[in-house]
Each structure stands twice: as structure tokens, then as C-alpha cells.
Write a protein that binds this ligand. Structure first.
Ligand code: MN
Length: 222
């Protein structure tokens, strides 16, 4: 029922076995869900926070990045729902398309909505989140701003609510490929083959590069 031992025996930077944290015996807990954050160098650089809810990725664009100090608040504009498959997208949105630019899968993990049922909390405009990602571990809240405030009904605040013990690593690389934005941008014709995530091979090695393959670019929404 717990994967604690399984995980304790393995170094997931060195094996392609799946990391157990996404299951942990709680697959039937509706408050726990996938979350990803994509760093997106579009017209303006921003971070897209996405939470898997109701069969889609509920999405917010956070122009100034994820707050890390307790009490910090960042504007988070709710944008259109994205398909769940988008959670593995990293690459280039070609010029001329909506959101054209480089997308890095900056963070991925499990989010737990505290205190309420997720979709109800979303409707109420107040999500208390426990994030368990590769970089981010701790508590944040998403709070919808009141109508009439200057940015309209899609404006939320992403707030760091607690000072967490876990520091956020400085490495600004993809959690999927290990690449920097510059490396992703330089590989415009490549996307990660999500059906065969080659997660054990560390980026930059010949082995890791063999896990990449050319894919035709498809039009994507951001
Ligand atoms: Mn975006």
C-alpha cells in the first residue's frame, strides 16, 4: 500500500523505473492530482501552472513566476483548459501560432487540494494546495480576485502561504529532459517521445539524446 520502501531503494536519476510518488496508494483520493508548470517564452515570458481537474488541465499563466517566500503574491491569470496530454509537452510552438515560443516542462508532480473538494474549491475561487514536485514542495494558495478589481474575472493570486523547509533548487532546467530553455529552443524539431519517457538517461549523454526523435510540429494552444 505504500511505495516508501520501493522509492528508498532507488535513485530515479539513474533508473528508468517509475517513481512511486504519483501513486503512494492514494490513486483513489480525488483531492490528489497531477500538476505541471511549463516555462513559456512567448511574447512575454511566463509560467503556466496546470492542475488536472475534471478530466482537463485547469491552467493559470503566472507572469512573474512562482512565489517562494511566505506571503509573496503573484498575479495568476486563468486561461483556457488544456488537454491532459499537454502535461508532457515541451518544445517549440512555431512562429505564427498562438503562444509561439519555447516551452519547458519546468516542474511536475502531485498537487493535493486541502480543505475542500477540488472542483468545488475552484468554483469558490480558493484552492489551498500542497505541491509535491521535483522543485516545489510545500503550500501555496490560488485565490480568485474579486470582480471589479482591475484585471477582470480571470485574475487570481498565487500566494506562498507557508515557509517550507525544502529549498527550491536553483537549476533552471526541464524536469523531463534536463534541458535549458536555450537547448530546447535550439532543438526546434525535437520533442520528447512521451510514450517512451527515457527518464533514466541523464540529459547530455549520448544515450539521452538517442531518446529524442523528430516529430512534426502540431499547432498547440498555450
Ligand atoms: Mn503559456
Amino acid at each position: 500500500m505504500s511505495l516508501t520502501r520501493y522509492n528508498a531503494k532507488r535513485d530515479f536519476s539513474r533508473t528508468r523505473e517509475p517513481q512511486g510518488s504519483t501513486a503512494v496508494g492514494k490513486a483513489d483520493d480525488p483531492r490528489r492530482m497531477l500538476f505541471v508548470i511549463q516555462k513559456h517564452a512567448a511574447t512575454r515570458l511566463h509560467f503556466d501552472l496546470r492542475l488536472e481537474m475534471g478530466g482537463v488541465l485547469k491552467s493559470w499563466a503566472v507572469p512573474k513566476g512562482i512565489p517562494t517566500l511566505r506571503g509573496e503574491k503573484r498575479l495568476a491569470m486563468q486561461v483556457e483548459d488544456h488537454p491532459v496530454e499537454y502535461a508532457s509537452f515541451e518544445g517549440i510552438i512555431p512562429p505564427g501560432n498562438y503562444g509561439a515560443g519555447t516551452v519547458m516542462l519546468w516542474e511536475a508532480g502531485i498537487a493535493e487540494v486541502l480543505d475542500d473538494e477540488p472542483l468545488r474549491a475552484l468554483r469558490k475561487g480558493r484552492l489551498a494546495l500542497q505541491l509535491d514536485g521535483r522543485k516545489l514542495k510545500g503550500r501555496w494558495s490560488l485565490v480568485r480576485m474579486r470582480p471589479g478589481e482591475e484585471r477582470g474575472e480571470n485574475a487570481w493570486l498565487l500566494i506562498k502561504t507557508e515557509a517550507d523547509a525544502t529549498p527550491i533548487p536553483a537549476a533552471d532546467r526541464s524536469v523531463q529532459s534536463g534541458r535549458t530553455m536555450e537547448q530546447i529552443a535550439a532543438a526546434a524539431d525535437l520533442t520528447w517521445p512521451s510514450s517512451q519517457p527515457d527518464r533514466n538517461t541523464r540529459p547530455g549523454t549520448r544515450h539521452a539524446r538517442a531518446g529524442w526523435r523528430a516529430r512534426p510540429q502540431r499547432r498547440r494552444r498555450t
